[in-house]
Design a protein around this ligand. Structure first.
Ligand code: PLP
Length: 348
């Protein structure tokens, strides 16, 4: 079924059924690519057609995982503009990650320019308001050939996009999670705090096992004490007890989500007490509400948590009031349905 294609010219239309978008890859028109030789400045990036890459089999990223990614969204706002959400935060995080992984950081201006150009040249792939978003995937990786374990001699910065559906099909449905006692996501001193590509493959099997048993995702505990909540798959965790909102403190093993910091600010601005602290899993399981947040997940209610023999349900399986408030606040700002008092949205 084709929708929304009749009134526009053939070139600007896409054959998409916007109502059945999911969070999956759709090939789009154009991508941005820039390169940098070790010890030199980034060359000016160029837009080109979306196509496969040509890489040396000895490239650093394939052999040793020298790479990081970012995740952002562009979407239509109420005023008809296509807007980004706090893109400078992603630019900053990518620079910190690049330093940790021995890669040349992308200057902020270059990063933002690359994002905007890529969105503009794929503008026909931005879903109509309320139907989803254009997910933006910046990548930075060691593209040069290297045999010994060391930074690659050449790096590539690439940006591609794909339309994705809203995480909440037909409302904001609470998910069921399982606490992993067997696997950890990150250890102190490691790379858990940056969006290093190598952090994600080890989570695939645990996540698949949980999904096979009917869970949506895994809750990871800290690798030292095995009792403090770290993250939910690739989203940050929050819980609410007696109207006090808590989220795990950033210790280097937790990814500092842009959504996480936005929800903290929003909650404080609405008068809530927000604590960044160690959250014992038993405290979380005794909470009134739990939710997780991220660019992809937005604000996602947690319906149940299983830990060993114990299973708890929050809010009778419904979305808790503070979870709903945070979801509404965040999405209203992202779509400019209410005043963007923080100046978080940026037009492309
Ligand atoms: C990307 C990511 C998040 C969420 O970060 P946002 O900036 O809010 O999208 C949380 N945890 C992990 C492990 C991530 O990779």
């Amino acid at each position: 079924m084709l929708t929304g294609v009749s009134a526009v010219s053939e070139k600007s239309s896409v054959d998409m059924d916007w109502d059945s978008l999911t969070f999956s890859f759709t090939k789009t028109d154009r991508m941005y690519v820039a390169r940098c030789n070790e010890g030199e400045e980034w060359e000016k990036g160029l837009m080109q057609d979306f196509e496969n890459l040509s890489l040396s089999p000895a490239s650093g990223v394939i052999n040793y995982g020298q790479g990081l990614f970012e995740g952002m969204k562009a979407q239509y706002a109420e005023d008809g503009k296509v807007v980004l959400f706090r893109p400078a935060e992603n630019a900053r995080r990518s620079r910190e990650g690049a330093r940790r992984l021995g890669m040349p950081p992308i200057p902020e201006e270059m990063f933002l320019d690359a994002i905007k150009q890529t969105v503009k040249e794929n503008i026909r792939w931005v879903p109509p308001i309320g139907k989803g978003a254009l997910y933006i995937r910046p990548l930075l990786f060691g593209s040069g050939a290297i045999l010994g374990v060391a930074p690659a001699p050449e790096f590539t910065f690439l940006v591609y996009v794909s339309p994705v559906g809203p995480y909440f099909k037909g409302g904001i449905k609470p998910t069921s999670l399982r606490v992993s006692d067997e696997f950890h996501r990150a250890a102190p001193g490691g790379s858990g705090g940056v969006k290093a590509i190598g952090n994600y493959a080890p989570g695939m099997v645990p996540s698949k096992m949980a999904k096979k048993d009917g869970f949506s995702e895994i809750i990871y505990l800290d690798a030292v004490n095995h009792k403090y909540v770290e993250e939910v798959g690739a989203a940050n965790f929050f819980c609410v007890k007696n109207e006090i909102i808590s989220t795990p403190e950033l210790t280097g093993t937790i990814l500092a989500g842009v959504t996480r910091s936005s929800v903290i600010e929003l909650a404080k601005s609405r008068g809530y007490e927000v604590r960044e602290e160690k959250i014992d899993i038993s405290y979380a399981m005794d909470a009134d509400e739990c939710f997780c947040v991220g660019t992809a997940a937005v604000v996602s209610a947690i319906g149940t948590i299983e830990h060993g023999e114990k299973v708890v349900e929050f809010c009778g399986g419904r979305v808790g009031p503070i979870t709903m408030e945070m979801y509404e606040l965040l999405t209203s700002i992202q779509q400019r349905k209410i005043a963007d008092e923080f100046g978080w949205t940026v037009e492309v």
